[in-house]
Design a protein around this ligand. Structure first.
Ligand SMILES: Nc1ncnc2c1ncn2[C@@H]1O[C@H](COP(=O)(O)OP(=O)(O)O)[C@@H](O)[C@H]1O
Ligand SMILES: O=P(O)(O)OC[C@H](O)CO
Length: 509
């Protein structure tokens, strides 16, 4: 079935909310609807989402976005999906009911399991085949945890009654009919975050899955990021579901980083910097991930190096919600602007250990350099600087791994509305920072991929013409200050390491 609509609908199923954004042919936003879902924290370090609630929110935002634009399914040419990655759900294929809450990417409950896998199978084996270090961040260990901890689940999975999906898979399965014929698929970018896909063949690696204790029966079919997987039922009945990309890869696509050497950084709950490495699978020796950037239909896959930072925008939330120092995220800029500098204080937000470039789950957060002189303003500045220095560390690692010198950084995400922070990033990188006119690059990337799959846009060159710079920040800091402050930052990072001992009670880890 083909449709003739003039718009593409993108569904962005994120960590804190789900959005549906409708785009026109010029890549401009026509309407947006957004709804948050519950964040469930059953124990320290555990983070869950309710899969059924997420599906309800997705249906509601589809309705909302159509309604606000005054459009119907006849106007929508294709649907694109993008999603928080790694978040893991298992459900009953006959009833469509989740067997447990989804384990969210930030959840650290599989730390001990990862240590055990490292001892029994070896770190290098996973890194070589999947491009990923053994860490609680990824989906494979989360599936294993569920199979081991939900009573009777492994037997049901082995009998073929249980399906696994990251949020792309869950949304597509439901959107295309659920228990009544829903397609069970994922795309190469999402599959590359499971620790179960072989990065070279782009297929499930049977041996790795066996070592992880995950039966192949639960796994979806791996498809490209831009092709028609099936057609929607419900409000968008008959519209092709034509793309899926993990949200960070979608932002790379939406920022039109189609050439080798182009990079973007997305500043949201966490921050994720991706560098397009073309057809090269670049191994990282400096703490980055090797991942799939995207694959359009039957074209050759494009790979990426990724620096994943777990805590950036969520540190601002912490200042707001746990400490009450600010009442809105935007207020941090006003508070930080009341002082000239950080007053000697550095905050390293190793709340769930440290991700790139360290991958140390035994790290915990510190505030270093405190004296009586330090005020709320200095702490606000230190919070923002933590994002800038973490970016610098990832950029340094990327230059070492890829040999690519960053000439400019394209940015997007909620934190990019903070001018002080964007200036600080340009200063510590000693490179310009650029923000595009359409800041919703994640949804835009999913829309672009879906539009390419159905011939709504002819090629990626056409998409490049839609990228327009809305703001730019150029470096102002002198080299001596930059070097001195970076040394201080690195000293503070050192002090986070080794805080959690292997035999610490789970409540502390
Ligand atoms: N003006 C601001 N300054 C600093 N951080 C901000 C600002 N506005 C929003 N944020 C942070 O950005 C994050 C939201 O960005 P968003 O891109 O919507 O995130 P996500 O997609 O991860 O949910 C929140 O963590 C919030 O604390
Ligand atoms: O939903 P976001 O924007 O917080 O992104 C989460 C990442 O995909 C986690 O890997």
């Amino acid at each position: 079935m083909t449709t003739t609509g003039n718009y593409i609908a993108a569904i962005d199923q994120g960590t804190t909310s789900s959005r549906c954004i409708i785009f026109g042919a010029d890549g401009r936003i026509v309407s947006v609807d957004q709804q948050e879902h519950s964040q469930i924290f059953p124990q320290p370090g555990w983070v869950e989402h309710d899969g059924a609630e997420i599906w309800t929110r997705v249906q509601s935002v589809i309705h909302g976005a159509l309604d606000k634009a005054g459009l119907t399914k006849a106007d929508i040419r294709a649907i694109g999906i993008t999603n928080q990655r790694e978040t893991t759900l298992l459900w009953d294929r006959h009833t469509g009911e989740p067997v447990h809450n989804a384990l969210v990417w930030q959840d650290t409950r599989t730390e001990a399991l990862c240590r055990e896998l490292g001892r029994n199978v070896g770190q290098d084996r996973f890194r070589r085949e999947t491009g990923l270090p053994l860490a609680s961040y990824f989906a494979g260990p989360k599936i294993r945890w569920l199979l081991d901890n939900v009573q009777g689940l492994r037997e049901r999975a082995e009998a073929g009654d249980i399906l696994f999906g990251t949020m792309d898979t869950w949304v597509i399965w439901n959107l295309t009919g659920g228990p009544d014929g829903g397609v069970h698929v994922t795309d190469v970018t999402n599959a590359s975050r499971t620790m179960l896909m072989n990065l070279h063949t782009l297929e499930w690696d049977e041996k790795i899955a066996e070592s992880m204790g995950v039966p192949l029966t639960v796994l979806p079919e791996i498809r490209s990021s831009a092709e028609v997987y099936g057609h929607a039922v419900g409000e968008l009945a008959g519209v092709p579901v034509a793309s899926a990309l993990g949200d960070q890869q979608a932002a790379l696509f939406g920022q039109t980083c189609f050439s080798e050497g182009e990079a973007k950084s997305t500043y949201g709950t966490g921050t994720f910097l991706l560098l397009n490495t073309g057809e090269r699978v670049v191994n990282s020796y400096h703490g980055l991930l090797t991942t799939v950037g995207y694959r359009i239909g039957k074209e050759r896959p494009v790979y990426a190096l990724e620096g994943s930072i777990a805590v950036t925008g969520s540190l601002v939330q912490w200042l707001r919600d746990q400490l009450g120092i600010i009442s809105t995220a935007a207020e941090i800029e006003t508070l930080a602007s009341t002082v000239e500098d950080n007053g000697g204080a550095y905050i390293v937000p190793a709340f769930s250990g440290l991700f790139a470039p360290y991958w140390r789950s035994d790290a915990r957060g510190v505030i270093a350099g405190l004296t009586r002189y330090v005020t709320k303003g200095h702490l606000a500045r230190a919070v923002l600087e933590a994002t800038a220095w973490q970016t610098r560390e990832v950029v340094d690692a990327m230059q070492k791994d890829s040999g690519v010198e960053l000439t400019a950084l394209k940015v997007d995400g909620g934190m990019t509305s903070n001018n002080l922070l964007m200036q600080n990033i340009a200063d510590v990188l000693d490179a310009p920072v650029e923000r595009p006119y359409v800041a919703e690059t994640t949804a835009l990337g999913a829309a672009y991929a879906a539009g390419l799959a159905v011939g709504f846009w002819p090629d990626v060159e056409t998409l490049r013409a839609n990228w327009h710079r809305a703001a730019e920040w150029t470096p102002r800091m002198d080299q001596e200050t930059r070097d001195r402050e970076y040394r201080n930052w690195l000293k503070a990072v050192e002090r986070t390491m080794g805080w959690v001992d292997e035999d610490d009670a789970p409540a502390q880890s």
